[in-house]
Ligand binder design. Sequence first.
Ligand code: G3I
Length: 457
Amino acid sequence: MVQTSPGGLSARPHLPPRTGRALSLVMAGVLAMAGVISLAGPAEAVGTLGDAAAAKGRYFGTAVAANHLGEAQYASTLDAQFDSVTPENEMKWDAIEGTRDSFNFASADRIVDHAQSRGMKVRGHTLVWHSQLPGWVGGLGTADLRTAMNNHITQVMTHYKGKIDSWDVVNEAYQDGGSGARRSSPFQDKLGSGFIEEAFRTARTVDAGAKLCYNDYNTDGQNAKSNAVYAMVKDFKQRGVPIDCVGFQSHFNSNSPVPSDYRANLQRFADLGVDVQITELDIEGSGSAQAASYAAVVNACLAVSRCTGITVWGVTDKYSWRSSGTPLLFDGNYSRKPAYDAVLAALGGSTGGGGTGSCTAAFTRTATWNGGYNGEVTIKAGSAAISTWTVPVTVASPQKVTATWNGAPTWDTGGNVMTVRPTYNGNLAAGASTSFGFTVSTNGSTSTPVVGSCTAS
Ligand code: G3I
């Protein structure tokens, strides 16, 4: 990703809300370079979502798509921030058993392997669902369908046995609206209401170590649909049908905001003797309103001791299933949104104030041509991990920076002093390095840019 500076052909880049602070940092940076003052670390949030949630005895996960794992910013944001993953589509019936008895685990395996090698939990999503169901399933007769359902559960859970924290055994089996009735599906229509119980009983026999969840949407507050799910879970617990958890998808927007009785609804399910999990959280909107809604969700989960974790439905707005609603914690450039800060704060993540992290910044000229050059600044964390860094760079007028990459610049008014912050690469382990780059149009000057002190937090 390349951002063009005011000196380039494109328009001045959109300045983020923190520009005021950024400009004062630029001024402070200039003064610091002149030896006038030393820079104090800004009050940035430190810590990660996964670490902060773990300190509260919860996980903080995200939906993941296998085909994005090769994107460096996607993977580094995932790895730095989250300690649980849910394959967004790769474990669904159509992805794994598109043809009867022919199982393809390749894409889901990529996600599970990625997670396991980094110590992340995996939520399995999902075994029995009316959607993303291959046509052959709907064409089966009753006896055959029963065999196919139990075989699908058995094969998939056997493949991932021991690797899955929680399985969404059955997904979205109830209708919306006031009926509280089951949704029509091949399973419901042919096997009858007992198909859910049968699916859970089969699942338990295959992997007794995985938690078995029922997962649904529009069940986040108390309403006819959640009442129907509640009655089913109560019945299962009374009769010993194996169920361990209920997933509340929590897809919110202005038409479907976080319900005022969200916590109470989670609590009444927990009181039945099951864990509750927030499984597909996303909240359309932006800025402080979106941040406040996210904080309300986190606070509700923290208030319910059996709310064991939160999963957001994607890493970045740009790959969200409803990206136009910008519902996630990181924007399309992997910058943290106010919603991120609100979630971290609600989880009790530290909000800076004298963190011990430090960093250094070193400049190299990586390419030179008639009229321009490319520069690279390598940032190295000191003896403690850091979660963000800030580096001021000054090019001598009439030089102009025309592009940057792997760093987000804010500008002074002249266009030759920029303060660069991470786009995706803020989290560095102790001693680890990252770099950002920029292109300079020399306009006749061959001066070397001045790279100021790196500030970490
Ligand atoms: O992979 C194909 C690609 O090859 C093709 O070119 C493209 C053209 O449309 O489609 C791609 O598949 C899409 C798939 O996402 C992967 O991007 C499907 O069309 C699309 O329907 C599918 O949408 C998924 C949706 O479930 C399907 O119901 C979303 O990504 C996924 O976020 C969403 O997740 C669901 C949960 O599983 C259950 N709860 C609701 C939630 C949101 O709808």
